[in-house]
Design a protein. Structure first.
Length: 87
């Protein structure tokens, strides 16, 4: 697939999988729980929940901030990496 660029996709992930999920991002509520274990399914659930919380905030305010877009992209990227490792 010469000439194709995958950007920041999980296809470009190199090296071992981090041992825990990333910490809270700027637009996440400070009271949001972050799973810090090593169970892959629970880590995936954590990212899915955190994405859902940000989307709920967007729905409640009827607008998306640039930082929310960045945080959603980061969480979705991390989620894609875990899903790739799971399969």
């Amino acid at each position: 697939m010469k000439g194709m660029s995958f950007g920041n996709s999980p296809v470009k992930q190199k090296g071992p999988l981090p041992k825990s999920n990333i910490g809270l991002l700027e637009t996440e509520n400070k009271d949001t729980y972050v799973y810090d274990g090593s169970d892959l399914r629970e880590r995936i659930n954590d990212y899915e929940d955190r994405i859902g919380f940000i989307k709920e905030d967007i729905f409640n305010t009827d607008k998306t901030t640039p930082q929310q877009k960045k945080d959603l992209a980061k969480l979705n990227q991390e989620l894609a990496i875990l899903r790739k490792k799971k399969s």
